[in-house]
Ligand binder design. Structure first.
Ligand code: C2O
Ligand code: CU
Ligand code: CU
Length: 480
């Protein structure tokens, strides 16, 4: 306790604690909990029951929230790769939802897109033929027009595709001990502790911007870890906030996996930018026993002048402080050098190019928060329109450009290589396999389409700022 109090005092003297998201000041350190682990590797069956509940995030009062098998968020579902698992998604809510498996490379018919709604009091039981490299994926509601609100209420959780090889790789894998699952979300609460999702006019443009950091559904918690190597599986489950993450003492984050799987070897980073929908797995060496904090710079989209505000000033804020329990085993003390992952090949020569522009309302539309100009290539999403069809097994180069601000771009049913960002080599954090990438100007992707998606169950591509997606910055394609 002494050391914790000392740590808190030390952190409180840093300028970041005074930030709008300074969760630190308000609550005594509470140990961060993990989402419950639902290990379906052996059974091949798992059940997720969508339900409403009450969550008291702030200690000031309870808020009505949604979750899967609980009041807010859902369990970490662990699936074995190389086998078909069956999900049973029961909708105990009073409105229709969907459940999309973001990051699973599986057919359109079981993707959980807007074409597979689950009506209240019904159960959807898709068979998920998972046969892809191990990765950290996630699931969330994708009911068109209600996705942002339903995810804000809590309809999301983490998926781990597991190949049983983490010990051989030398990676920490003790769930919640040296292998932490961290769902990063920003939320806003009223004085009585109610979750507040009333969008301001500027949030109509930028997407929702909370003022309180919530990790795994908890406010003001501290991660307690062994004095050794710790793996962080980070998911940006926020509606719109981009987190430029670093440690306040500048310690390295060793990137070992991107959205869709392991790298060949770790890449040491000081800063990792995590956009909505993205995942990253990093190793952090805590063997020095020095307490520190994961911090974030403000949302870079807020830097676009007052209109895009909502992020507050330019100060960093605390995402999650780390402290130690020396009775926890420090099983792994060396950064493994060979992770066994394969990086994508980046040869896009002679591959046909498809251009997609992510459209934002400009000028008067922007001033009045008009929503008619969110779209892709000049058209808002239309559930009844297939935007294009692709031959199964085809490879395409997608050139994505983004209006006005940064947009995290996601494609269903695939994993892709980032060929270039604004004409240059991709950032180090985008060298691995991805399914979501932050577009700040223009990116080029190399994508192969192996999974079938008939016209009645097409794959989506969209901006993962959920308010943009709901307003039409999305399209769909068939693969056959
Ligand atoms: Cu994570 Cu189409 O979504
Ligand atoms: Cu997805
Ligand atoms: Cu967007």
């Amino acid at each position: 306790m002494t050391s914790r109090r000392h740590f808190l005092a030390a952190m409180a003297s840093l300028p970041l604690a005074a930030s709008p998201l300074g969760v630190f000041a308000q609550s005594p350190a509470r140990r961060l909990g993990m989402p419950p682990l639902l290990d379906a590797r052996d059974s091949g069956v798992f059940r997720l029951a969508a339900q409403a509940g009450q969550t008291n995030f702030t200690g000031r009062g309870a808020s009505t929230t949604w979750g899967l098998n609980g009041a807010y968020l859902g369990p970490t579902v662990r699936l074995a790769t190389g086998r078909t698992s069956r999900a049973e998604v029961a909708n105990g809510l009073n409105e229709a939802i969907t459940l999309h498996w973001h990051g699973l490379v599986i057919p359109g018919e079981v993707d959980g897109s807007p074409h597979q709604p689950i009506a209240p009091a019904t159960t959807w039981s898709p068979e998920l033929p998972v046969d892809q490299p191990a990765c950290t994926a996630w699931y969330h509601s994708h009911f068109h027009g209600a996705t942002a609100r339903q995810v804000q209420l809590g309809l999301a959780g983490v998926l781990q595709v597991d190949d049983g090889q983490d010990d051989a790789r030398g990676l920490p894998s003790d769930y919640g001990v040296d292998d932490l699952t961290l769902v990063l979300q920003d939320r806003r609460f009223t004085r009585r502790g109610q979750m507040d999702y009333n969008l301001s006019m500027s949030e109509g443009m930028s997407g929702f911007m909370g003022d309180t950091m919530v990790v795994n559904g908890q406010v003001g918690a501290t991660a307690v870890v062994p004095r050794g190597l710790v793996r962080l599986r980070l998911l940006n489950g926020s509606n719109a906030r981009i987190y430029p993450l670093s440690f306040n003492d500048r310690r390295d984050m060793h990137l070992v996996a991107t959205d869709s799987g392991y790298l060949d070897r770790p890449i040491a980073l000081k800063t990792l930018v995590l956009a909505p929908g993205e995942r990253a797995e990093v190793l952090v060496d805590f063997s020095d026993g020095v307490e520190s904090g994961l911090v974030s710079a403000q949302n870079p989209n807020a830097a676009m002048g007052g209109m895009m505000g909502g992020g507050g000033g330019g100060r960093p804020f605390v995402v999650l402080p780390f402290t130690f329990d020396t009775s926890l085993p420090a099983r792994i003390t060396q950064i493994p050098q060979d992770l066994g992952g394969e990086l994508p090949l980046r040869n896009g020569a002679n591959i046909p190019v498809r251009r997609l522009n992510l459209d934002m309302p400009m000028g008067a539309g922007m001033m009045f928060g008009s929503s008619d100009a969110f779209g892709v290539n000049g058209r808002p999403f239309d559930r009844g329109r297939i935007d294009f069809a692709i031959g199964r097994g085809n490879v395409e180069r997608w050139r994505i450009s983004a209006d006005l601000m940064m947009h995290p771009f996601h494609i269903h049913g695939v994993r892709f290589a980032v060929l270039s960002e604004n004409g240059r080599a991709p950032f180090a954090q985008n060298l691995g396999w991805k399914d979501t990438v932050l577009v700040n100007g223009q990116v080029e992707l190399l994508v192969r389409f192996d999974q079938p998606a008939p016209r009645n169950a097409p794959f989506m591509y969209h901006c993962h700022i959920l308010e943009h997606e709901d307003r039409g910055m999305m399209g769909q394609f068939a693969v056959s």
